[in-house]
Structure formats: structure tokens, C-alpha cells
Design a protein around this ligand. Structure first.
Ligand code: 8WT
Length: 158
């Protein structure tokens, strides 16, 4: 029986760049990533996404400006836990991203995304997100640096 844990992942975008954060501790440390994390028992996915974004870079997004763009499922050889990651993007937001204990934020022009310093799977599904195409990706890892098999499909809507 697979166990499933829900996570959020938010990307702020402008017409020229995407905001990534360098994870300073914990899971995925030293990788550039979107902003997000676990969902607490009594909160909705949207509430969790907006809370984590604010906690990690002090930027606020209104629920109506958060676009649900994708879903990622991560499984790991020998581990029953499946990570179910809900991916969102926003182009309208309030505040300037600042460094927190968790993350060091930086804007990257779209032709300078640091894929070699990101999770291996990101290069495989970013193209869908960057063109605003809802997607559903499944990635089966061996350890954290090898993808044994994966699939990414376009969705009609999220
Ligand atoms: C554990 S595999 C994994 N890939 C990821 N890509 C982007 N953001 C994450 N949180 C990711 N986790």
C-alpha cells in the first residue's frame, strides 16, 4: 500500500524571469527550487501554497491570482511514500522576495534557469509550465540523483 503525502510548489513569474529559491536546509538543500512545502491538517492546498510562499520569501499572492498548472508524483525505489506535489504559478503578487532561513530567492531569465543545480526532473516538466500548459508528471527515483522511469502528459485543464 502506497502512502501519499501532499506538497505545494509555487513559482512567481514575470514576462522575462522566474523566481527560484536556493534551499538553505533540509530536503533538497542547495538546490534551486520553487517555494512550497507540506500542507497542515486543517488548511486547503491553496492556503498551504500561499502560506509557504510567504514564509519562504515574504511575498503575498491572492488566491484568485494563483494558477494551478500541474501535478507531480514522486516515488522512490524501496520507499512506500509517494510525494504528491501540486504546482502553481503566479504573475501577480505583492512584496519583494527576500532571503529567509529557508530560502535565498533570485530571479532567473528564462534562458538562464540553473537546471544543473535543480532536481533532475525539473528540466523534464518546466517546458510545460513555462508555456502555461497544464501537466501531470510521474517520476520514479532511485536515490535522489537518478530517475529510473518517468512520464509527463499534457492535461486539458488543472
Ligand atoms: C523529490 S524529487 C523532487 N523533484 C522536485 N522538483 C521540484 N520541486 C521539488 N520539491 C521536487 N522534489
Amino acid at each position: 500500500m502506497l502512502l501519499k503525502k501532499l506538497y505545494t510548489l509555487v513559482f512567481l513569474r514575470t514576462d522575462t524571469a522566474i523566481l527560484l529559491g536556493l534551499k538553505k536546509r533540509g530536503f533538497g538543500c542547495n538546490k534551486w527550487n520553487g517555494f512550497g512545502g507540506k500542507i497542515e491538517p486543517k488548511e486547503t492546498v491553496i492556503e498551504a501554497a500561499l502560506r509557504e510562499l510567504y514564509e519562504e520569501c515574504c511575498v503575498t499572492v491572492k488566491p484568485e491570482n494563483l494558477q494551478s498548472i500541474g501535478q507531480l508524483e514522486f516515488t522512490f525505489e524501496g520507499d512506500p511514500m509517494m510525494m504528491d506535489v501540486r504546482v502553481f504559478s503566479a504573475t501577480v503578487f505583492e512584496g519583494t522576495p527576500i532571503e529567509t532561513e529557508e530560502m535565498n530567492p533570485k530571479w532567473f531569465p528564462y534562458d538562464q534557469i540553473p537546471f544543473k543545480d535543480m532536481w533532475l526532473d525539473d528540466a523534464l516538466w518546466f517546458p510545460y509550465m513555462l508555456k502555461g500548459q497544464p501537466f501531470y508528471g510521474k517520476f520514479h527515483y532511485q536515490g535522489f540523483d537518478k530517475i529510473l522511469h518517468y512520464s509527463v502528459e499534457e492535461l486539458d485543464s488543472m
